[in-house]
Design a protein around this ligand. Sequence first.
Ligand code: UDP
Ligand code: MG
Length: 322
Amino acid sequence: MNENGNSLVSVVVPCYNEEAVLETFFERVGAVARAHSGYAFEFVFVDDGSDDGTAGTLDDLAGKDARVKVLTLSRNFGHQIAITAGLDAAAGQYVVVIDADLQDPPELIPDMLERLENGNDIVHMVRHNRRGESLPKRLTARLFYAVMRRCALPELPLDAGDFKAFNRRVLLAVRQYRERVRFIRGIFAGVGFKQTELSYARDPRYAGRSKYPWRKVVRFAVDAVTAYSLLPLRLALVAGVLAWVGLVAYLAATLIRWVAARAAPDLRWTAIVVVFLGLSGLNLIFLGMIGEYLGRVLRELKQRPLYVVRSRRNLDDDPQPP
Ligand code: UDP
Ligand code: MG
């Protein structure tokens, strides 16, 4: 609460090379804050190792407005970690996580807060369209959510990104989740409490380029699946068993043909090649899968800090990560 007894809302904004949008973003989110004087606001910007003018812009904003808090990470740690750092620094009774690029309209924040005041603990913002996103991106996103919900995490809201609002109770719970392979949507979906969804039209990015090239999108999806599902490992077993069933059937058929025709069938070399390649291929694929999991186990075991902070502005020197 501030001196007027208003609840503090922390708006957490991960930023990676967002110089082109930050000022407009702050104008829009600032207007929302002015129009809703029943709340006090703080804006926690996490500069995720940007190498454009983002740091300078944030510094200016923080100099002009003490509600602007800036957490600068020592290098680019990625979207999910940047959000985590912002959550660790957020002081509010309510928290809103929002992208800097204005794809998530800040004008929806009051609706989200109202849902929280009405007894919900988490409000997920669900996109009912994805304007300005390419067809392949939309299709793979659809596939991703379908697979995740079916195989790993049925509670995962369909088509909800990281744009969400929640109260302090949820914040404190989510802060306890310190796994390194992070899929924040999964953490929220699995944390419990009373969750609700609000649908919205996702705008195209206001300016600048997407910071999610395909390489990062694939990485993100693999992280999400392996963080929540053992299915790929189980598939290895099923496929292995099927391969062996096929092999036995093939041998039996060959034997029967041999007995019936009283002559050795040809195709011997073909058979050898097919079986050899088929099995060794399978072996390699599944070894790779096990490697994926093993790599993640190793990363978790190291217990490294999730991020390293270079500097803070308008923030206490020693915030309260768990
Ligand atoms: N972002 C970040 N670190 C990264 C990549 C992205 O903090 O390594 C931020 C970015 O500045 C933006 C948000 O995460 O505020 C979402 O990124 P982007 O809009 O590029 O992703 P898209 O909407 O294209 O999926
Ligand atoms: Mg975006």
